[in-house]
Write a protein that binds this ligand. Structure first.
Ligand code: GP9
Ligand code: MN
Length: 627
């Protein structure tokens, strides 16, 4: 009996000695799990989230173990306050924007916007009490407890225990981070889906990675960004001076602008038939009424769809590594929506996915779109792949557009034809391609083409078609390199090489003018970088900070890629192979000093654009009115 009493006494003493640690862990885990449940309503899973939320807490605890008990109590209390406040902010930010808070959203003022909305203030008043109630209750308890404790653990022991706990938690925690990094390469760097990262790794890990990205990873930029502002402005001035006034200048003024970025649409699908059926019958029809560029290359890099959007609205080169939408979302831009707004346009962007994907809600603020219709602005009555189906997306977007005050700029980004192309439209007969990657891809594009066709018909019926300039282009490839063999086979290309691969990286680009004016096919080599300069001329915007060219004016055949590859008239340089080709024949050209100089010159152009982004130079240029 006495033995048992002693035993219980011992346990009690130990518990009493470490009660601060137990309470801290209990409260922190409880709050962490509660937040995880909120940000991950459908996929929440105790088992998978417990460890990635626990290890960062153990790391924080291990630092506390270095202190004497009296100070440790205070340290853990402060850490509890910090975590609680972070969760309050994250909870409220999530409820208002369906996304997680990041450094750039604080920097570009998006966070401030959210704080000043009524919904945020309401949330702070009521539901968030859960996260902070214990902070007040704990004050008297801590004061009493601190007076009663007098245990001393020797410093060496404290250091050893702290170090062991710190190292084990860091090893385990890193293994979770590395697993996600290997499973989805680039996700942690580009943060295309912040919410997903937070759901898998927990909130504290998400913020730690975000802070690391912002302060450390982003500073390790590649390339030379030390060019003087003078040199860059001279280059841009020169680029501008190539622009001449022509028959297209200002013809868009007062007209609406509708730009449709079509997910994963490659050019080789245009006019292609499978078993006698067209994959894109509606685009094919509309192309006949438009000015169609059949040699347009996509220029996106790691930022994928977001790069494509960025290029179209800024005509600055994407980064060779990282996504501008995440990395430079707090920069100042002389973007297309801003310049059109200056001309009295109503501007809006439409996309049926969660607003936080690709950091859109934050970036669209910097790009200056007046309205962003994301998943929460639509009735999600039908979902395909990552969000609203293109059918419902186009229908609902049309209703909104039709009610806009004119003139307007509407930028629509489709979604259903995204990999894994599971929205296989049963109406499309895949024939031999049934249950193949290509068959699914074609079928998926066929579905989205059909919805686009209905949207265009609606524009026509409402009279908007003749009052608008419409631009449609594909964002990037749908067929990844590991499936290109199937394409070559289908197209009868024997012994394909890297040149063939390169020439497949085209997307359709078409410009439709009211009353089908200027329709025809243009074979010049162009790229997505040229869209904004072309619109600039049509709507007389006069943005001096663009790297692309107005394809309605310029006679040059130049397309420059952030990888360093380029097309210059008959020359194609493919950086991945460090090889030059005649673009017409595909025959390799031996390297010469002249070609090397040209490559260096283009590399410099990319560095200029990168320097602008890194040093937020457009802000400086526009503020100082340097030209
Ligand atoms: C997500 C969509 C797809 O909203 O735009 O992005 P992607 O994976 O193609 O970059
Ligand atoms: Mn895309």
């Amino acid at each position: 009996m006495i033995l048992l009493k002693n035993y219980i006494n011992n346990i009690y003493n130990i518990l009493y000695k470490f009660i601060d640690i137990i309470v801290f862990l209990f409260l922190a885990i409880f709050k962490s799990i509660h937040l995880q449940k909120i940000i991950s309503p459908t996929y929440f899973n105790y088992k998978s989230i417990l460890k990635p939320t626990l290890f960062p807490l153990l790391m924080l605890l291990s630092i506390g173990l270095l202190f004497k008990q009296k100070s440790r109590v205070i340290y853990l209390y402060i850490i509890n306050i910090i975590i609680s406040l972070l969760y309050v902010v994250d909870f409220s930010y999530f409820k208002s924007s369906s996304d997680l808070l990041s450094i750039v959203s604080i920097k570009n003022g998006y966070f401030k916007d959210i704080i000043f909305t009524n919904s945020f203030i309401n949330l702070v008043n009521t539901q968030t009490l859960f996260f902070i109630l214990d902070i007040l209750i704990l004050i008297p308890i801590i004061l009493i407890y601190r007076n009663k404790i007098n245990s001393h653990i020797n410093i060496i022991k404290r250091i050893i225990v702290s170090l062991i706990l710190f190292l084990t938690s860091i090893v385990f925690n890193s293994s979770y981070i590395n697993d996600l990094d290997n499973e989805q390469p680039g996700l942690l760097k580009n943060m295309s889906n912040k919410l997903y990262v937070g759901r898998i790794l927990g909130d504290i890990n998400f913020h730690s990675i975000d802070i690391y990205n912002y302060f450390i990873r982003n500073n390790k930029d590649m390339g030379n960004t030390n060019y003087s502002e003078k040199e860059i402005t001279n280059f841009l001035l020169n680029n501008m001076s190539e622009k001449k006034t022509n028959e297209f200048t200002s013809i868009g003024e007062g007209k609406n602008l509708i730009v449709i970025q079509f997910e994963s649409l490659q050019n080789f699908l245009i006019n292609k038939k499978i078993n006698g059926e067209e994959i894109t019958p509606n685009l094919n029809k509309f192309i006949k009424r438009s000015l169609y560029y059949d040699n347009c290359f996509y220029q996106v890099m790691e930022g994928n769809t977001s790069d494509s959007e960025f290029i179209c609205n800024n005509s600055l080169y994407p980064l060779s590594s990282g996504a501008i939408y995440y990395k430079y979302a707090a920069n100042y831009y002389n973007s297309l929506p801003k310049l059109l707004e200056n001309k009295g346009y109503t501007t809006a962007v439409f996309h049926g996915n969660n607003e936080g994907f690709w950091n859109r809600s934050v970036m669209y603020k910097s790009l200056g779109f007046q309205n962003f219709y994301g998943a929460h602005s639509f009735n999600l009555d039908e979902e395909i792949v990552m969000g609203l189906s293109d059918k419902s997306f186009f229908n609902q977007s049309f209703d909104k557009i039709n009610s806009f005050k004119e003139p307007f700029y509407s930028f629509l980004i489709t979604l259903s034809s995204h990999y894994p192309f599971t929205n296989t439209d049963n109406t499309f007969n895949k024939g031999n391609l049934k249950e193949t990657f290509l068959g699914d891809y074609f079928s998926s594009i066929h579905y989205s083409d059909k919805q686009l066709g209905i949207f265009l018909k609606n524009l026509d019926r409402s009279g908007l078609l003749d009052k608008s300039i419409i631009i449609i282009y594909g964002d990037h490839n749908g067929v990844t390199s590991n499936h290109m063999e199937d394409v070559y086979k289908l197209d009868g290309i024997n012994s394909p090489n890297e040149f063939n691969y390169f020439m497949y990286q085209k997307v359709p680009l078409l410009i439709h003018f009211p009353k089908d004016e200027y329709k025809g096919i243009n074979n010049r080599y162009v790229g997505q970088m040229d869209i904004y300069p072309t619109i600039d001329n049509l709507f007389n915007l006069r943005n001096p900070y663009m790297f692309g060219k107005d394809i309605l004016t310029s006679s040059s055949n130049k397309v420059l890629f952030s990888s360093g590859s380029f097309i210059d008239n008959d020359i194609l340089y493919f950086s991945a192979y460090d090889s030059y080709y005649n673009i017409k024949s595909g025959v390799k050209i031996p390297c010469s000093n002249k070609l090397k100089d040209l490559t260096t010159l283009y590399k410099k152009e990319l560095d200029y654009s990168h320097t602008i982004l890194k040093n937020d130079l457009i802000k400086k240029f526009t503020q100082s009115n340097s030209y």
